[in-house]
Design a protein around this ligand. Sequence first.
Ligand SMILES: Cc1ncc(CN)c(N)n1
Length: 228
Amino acid sequence: MSFSEQLRKENDDLFEAIFHHPFVQGVGKGDISKEALAHYVKADFEYLNAFMQIYGIALAKSQNREDIAYFFDQIKFVLHDEIHPHRNFCEHIGVKYENLQGHPLPPTADHYIKHMMYHAQMGSPGEILAALLPCPWTYWEIGQTLMKEFEPSIEHPFYDWISFYVGEEIEHTTNELRTRLDQFAANSSPEEKEKMKDAFRKSCQLELKFWEMAYTLEEWPFAVKELS
Ligand SMILES: Cc1ncc(CN)c(N)n1
């Protein structure tokens, strides 16, 4: 069994909890509240900005052109393509995408990006890859799960969102990150592998908590209310 297969197996509890989370199920049923969707998009816009910056750190630490090209392409993909699922949610809510940008991060999203930043700055290349991987991997499997469970037609309000995450690009991102992580793990000490496992599991835990954050409209205690 490859290292990434082992990670997937050891974190199946979290993957299953994500598939059954009420936000994710609400996307499949098409009945998730507009407030929860807006809370999600606000946080996710900022999360993806941070994600691109972390790809940038991984690019800066790359040892060969193939890796440089991979991280460069991934930044372009998030920047130009991963806006489509956000736009799908915005159209459903009836709000301009621009109005959901530039908002402060709720606690869980703030924690998640700082967790990835920590591994990007302090960890080995393997730790960075392990911290990044649950992002595409859980969404790709969410896409597959919702497609299978709800068989959405083109009229489904979130058809575009679900189709995007079940698509080939997300599969490619996931598989490429897995390949790189497996290569790194093959030459890593048991201590280093433990660090990668910890980074991967915490990112899976934070993926689950991110859905909960959006569903419960999580905010900082005693936060100063925004004007709009
Ligand atoms: C929090 C989160 N995790 C993952 C993805 C999918 N790239 C996302 N858009 N947002």
